[in-house]
Design a protein around this ligand. Structure first.
Ligand SMILES: [Zn+2]
Length: 347
C-alpha cells in the first residue's frame, strides 16, 4: 500500500476524456468473474489534444484490451497499482477491455463482492475501479447498458440499473438479463445484484399518469417484513411530486435488502441497496423509532434520484451538497408525514 495522497480542490481539472456510452457484460463466478467493458469515449472539449488516456483500476487482472477493435501491443499501454494508461488515443474512440475479478475474496465491501450466496456491489465513492478500468469520478457521466450472466439455479435473479430490456437462456445452465439505464450517470451510482431472492411487488402511478413498478427484493426468510418500506416508498414518491414537482423517471424502482452492507443504504440509480436493518420491519419486533427510521431512510434514498443522481456532484468536495440537500428534503418529508416538530438526525 502506498501512502495516501492529498487531493486539493484547487487542483481540479475536467477529465481529459469523457465517456458517452458504457456497455458492460458480467459473467459471474465467485472466484473468476469476467467483466467486459466497452467504453465510447471522446476528448473533453476543455482539455488539450494529445493527452494519454488514464483510467482508474485496482485489483483487476487484465485479460484483453483493444482500441477501435484493434488489440493493443504491450508497449502501447501500461499498468500500475492504481490503473491503466493508454499512451496514444484519437479524439474519439472505443476502448474494449476484459478483466477478471474474484468477488468471493473481496472483503472490502467495495466493488463487486459476495454477501452470503448473493453478489452485490458498492461503488460510492471509488468502488467502481475494483470492477473495471474506468474514469471513476463523478464528473464523467455515461449511459450504461449492463448484461449480467449467471447460473440459472444459484442466481435466478440478475439485477442492475435502469429498465430490463432482454433476457434469455444460455448453454450450461446459464442465463442472462440485459439492463438499459437511459439517464447518464457517474460510475459511483452503478449497481449489480444477483442471487436467489424473492420479491414483493407493487405499483405507483405518477402525477402525469405513468405506471412505475416497485419491487423490494429480500432473502426468503425476510418476506413479510417489507410492508412498511413499500408504504414509505409510495409516500415519498408522492411527496416529491407535491413538494418539488419531481416524478420518478424510469419504469421500475427496486430496493434490495442485503445482510452484509457497509452503509445504511445506497441510492444507486433505480436499484437502491439497503442494509437489511435499514429496510425490514415487523410490528412484533420493531419499535416506533425503528419504523420512523426505515421510513426516513427509504425516503432519503428515493429523494437522491433527483438530488444526487440526475443532478450529481462534480467532485467529492461537493458530497455535502447532495447529502445536505437530500437530508433537508427527508427531514421536511418526515415532518410533513409524522408531526410538525423539528426533526434532527445525525446523518
Ligand atoms: Zn444520502
Amino acid at each position: 500500500m502506498s501512502d495516501p495522497q492529498a487531493t486539493h480542490l484547487s487542483d481540479y481539472r475536467p477529465p481529459a476524456f469523457r465517456v458517452t456510452r458504457t456497455d458492460l457484460t458480467f459473467d459471474l463466478d465467485p472466484a473468476a468473474t469476467r467483466v467486459k467493458a466497452s467504453l465510447h469515449m471522446e476528448r473533453h472539449p476543455q482539455r488539450e489534444a494529445g493527452l494519454p488516456l488514464e483510467l482508474a483500476g485496482e485489483g483487476l487482472d487484465l485479460k484483453a484490451i483493444a482500441l477501435d477493435g484493434q488489440p493493443l501491443e504491450a508497449d502501447e499501454y501500461s499498468l500500475s497499482d492504481s490503473g491503466l494508461t493508454v499512451h496514444r488515443v484519437p479524439e474519439r474512440f472505443r476502448l474494449d477491455t476484459e478483466v477478471e475479478i474474484a468477488p468471493q475474496v473481496n472483503t472490502a465491501l467495495e466493488g463487486l463482492y459476495r454477501s452470503g450466496s448473493m453478489y452485490c456491489t458498492q461503488c460510492e465513492a471509488e468502488g467502481f475501479r475494483r470492477i473495471t478500468f474506468y474514469p471513476d469520478r463523478p464528473d464523467v457521466m455515461a449511459i450504461f447498458t449492463t448484461t449480467v450472466i449467471g447460473d440459472a439455479e444459484h442466481e435466478p435473479v440478475l439485477l442492475s440499473n435502469g429498465n430490463p430490456v432482454e433476457r434469455g437462456s444460455l448453454p450450461n445452465g446459464r442465463h442472462f438479463v440485459t439492463w438499459e439505464d437511459p439517464h447518464p450517470k457517474p460510475s459511483y451510482l452503478f449497481a449489480l445484484v444477483a442471487g436467489d431472492l424473492e420479491k414483493v411487488e407493487d405499483a405507483f402511478t405518477t402525477a402525469s399518469g405513468r405506471k412505475v413498478t416497485l419491487q423490494i427484493w429480500v432473502e426468503e426468510e425476510n418476506l413479510g417484513k417489507t410492508d412498511h418500506a413499500m408504504a414509505s416508498l409510495k409516500r415519498a414518491m408522492h411527496w416529491d411530486e407535491q413538494a418539488y414537482g419531481r416524478e420518478y423517471d424510469l419504469d421500475l424502482f427496486m430496493i434490495v435488502a442485503v445482510n452484509d452492507f457497509n452503509m445504511g443504504a445506497m441510492e444507486n440509480k433505480g436499484l437502491n441497496i439497503f442494509n437489511s436493518a435499514a429496510v425490514l420491519t415487523h410490528e412484533h419486533t420493531a419499535t416506533d423509532a425503528a419504523f420512523q427510521r426505515v421510513e426516513s431512510i427509504v425516503a432519503h434514498e428515493y429523494f437522491h434520484n433527483w438530488s444526487g443522481n440526475r443532478v450529481t456532484c462534480r467532485d467529492w468536495f461537493q458530497l455535502s451538497l447532495k447529502e445536505g440537500f437530500t437530508v433537508y428534503r427527508d427531514q421536511c418529508f418526515s415532518a410533513d408525514t409524522n408531526s410538525p416538530a423539528v426533526k434532527r438526525r445525525a446523518l
